[in-house]
Design a protein around this ligand. Structure first.
Ligand code: ATP
Length: 455
């Protein structure tokens, strides 16, 4: 974990937020490299799960929506975590996490599933085993802690001015369901995908970008007629899609992945089946991507609270009904964290990020051998202009070539291209591959073709 955090900071992937003012817990900024990597992961998700499918469309809804949305969805009042406080320092902890840490490695609790405990049962357990905080102080009785972030909207006065920063992007899809039916030619089954910021008043601190106050979610609501489509088949197909995206598109090692089904007690009351795709993060197996069969709960709730008819009319049979949904929901930041962990390798005295070609922040780097020779600089600029027409290309004319290779290895650039004296004579350059470290001479005319092959 420390190595990843340090590389991410040193090379400009991720900075702790607001460092000038001592930092802000649970908040991070994405630097020049991190913002590129995030964008590439986001674009890969959009391309694979929306553009490449004829049954999927995209959406970009507001972060702040009518507050009634969150009453209808059930978030107001029930979107909360169980929290205990250190009675001396007042530091807060997730009660379930405190219990998990306590039982970890103890045989007598091997079969215990913390996710099945009610908040009262958690309180009893903490009391019974006299569990203390990490500072050694006693803990308060667990209380529920609202995750929805409140904000005030200036233009509305009185009681009604409380609004919420969205706790998930999904509700924006349900709010626009009728708009989509009325303005497009979709027919069931079809899905709507959206990527955007969500906000949660998280209690747990210190898990780096795994859990933050604001994060980017990528959610899909896949609508279908439960009488026409077998939900189990659709669910399985989406699980396969998620698996393929993670293993093939993002190149993640399968031994670091597993499926975990939610128990009956743990599952939300409206969900018929929920699975988590877990990744083996540096602090253990944790949820990366969740998938739930939410039935017709959300549309029904919005229909009830808004009074607007959200039923679908089958264009062939005129049957009128509320579609059901399957929801695969992932955090783009968690995907990025996983990608950093999985691609980080130390070998033969070097550190390499073996990122798949299409998600690497830079695909190629161009090095003029020396920066004080105008002919070489001019030629290198021409090569840079040519390469950056197609792909994001790095420019580095500082220091010796070995150091420049080392830097590109650490940021995951698949190819380095050096322009030297020989280039001026025969228009050839040295291409060096990140993974094999092999070098070969390639003519500039063939360069684009040579570099476009994926690693
Ligand atoms: P967790 O159990 O880890 O809190 P969750 O089950 O509440 O997650 P969902 O509501 O299913 O999460 O959200 C879908 C996805 O959004 C998660 O699988 C995760 O990738 C991401 N996510 C949720 N909360 C956060 C957060 N605070 N920071 C970063 N990503 C998050």
């Amino acid at each position: 974990m420390d190595t990843i955090v340090s590389l991410a900071k040193r090379r400009g992937f991720i900075y702790p937020s607001s460092e000038l003012y001592g930092g802000l817990a649970n908040a991070y900024d994405y630097g020049p490299l991190g913002s590129e990597l995030l964008r590439n992961i986001r674009n890969a998700w959009w391309k694979e799960l929306i553009h490449k499918r004829r049954d999927m469309i995209g959406l970009d809804s507001s972060i702040i929506v009518h507050p009634q949305t969150w009453v209808a969805s059930g978030h107001v009042g029930s979107f909360s975590d169980p929290v205990v406080e250190d009675t001396v320092t007042q530091k807060r902890y997730r009660a379930d996490h405190v219990i998990e840490a306590f039982i970890s490695g103890k045989d007598e609790f091997a079969d215990m599933a913390v996710e099945n405990l009610t908040i009262e049962e958690m309180g009893t357990f903490i009391k019974k085993y006299d569990i203390h905080s990490e500072a050694g102080n006693s803990l308060s009785t667990p209380k529920t802690f609202d995750l929805l972030m409140e904000t005030k909207l200036g233009s509305i006065s009185g009681e009604k001015n409380t609004a919420y920063m969205r706790g998930e992007t999904a509700q924006g899809i349900f709010l626009n369901f009728k708009n989509i039916l009325d303005t497009t030619r979709v027919k069931l089954p079809f899905g709507v995908g959206q990527i955007g910021k969500s906000f949660r008043n998280e209690v747990t601190l210190g898990q780096y970008i795994f859990r933050t106050f604001e994060f980017e979610q990528a959610e899909i609501e896949y609508f279908f007629d439960p009488e026409q489509s077998d939900w189990k088949e659709l669910f399985k197909a989406w699980q396969d899609t998620m698996w393929n995206f993670v293993t093939k598109t993002l190149g993640i090692n399968v031994s670091n992945l597993r499926w975990r089904e939610h128990t009956d007690k743990e599952r939300s009351h409206y969900s018929k089946q929920t699975y988590d795709l877990d990744y083996h993060f540096p602090f253990g197996w944790k949820e990366l991507w969740g998938i739930a069969y939410r039935t017709d709960y959300d549309l029904k709730q919005h229909m009830k609270h808004s009074g607007v008819d959200l039923q679908y009319i089958d264009p062939y049979t005129q049957k009128k009904f509320i579609p059901h949904v399957i929801e695969p929901a992932v955090g783009i930041n968690r995907l990025l964290f996983m990608v950093l962990c999985d691609s980080y390798i130390e070998e033969e005295g070097r550190t390499v990020l073996k990122l798949p070609y299409h998600i690497a922040p830079y695909k190629r780097a161009v090095f003029p051998l020396v920066s004080n020779k105008p002919d070489i600089m001019k030629k290198a600029q021409e090569v840079f202009d040519m390469l950056s027409e197609d792909e994001h290309t790095y420019w580095d004319d500082r220091g010796n070539i070995g150091k420049r290779y080392k830097y590109q290895d650490e940021i995951g650039t698949p190819y380095c291209v050096t322009i030297d004296y020989q280039t001026l004579e025969d228009d050839s350059v040295t291409v060096r591959e990140r993974d094999t470290m092999k070098q070969e001479r390639v003519s500039i005319a063939d360069l684009n073709k040579r570099l476009s092959s994926s690693l």
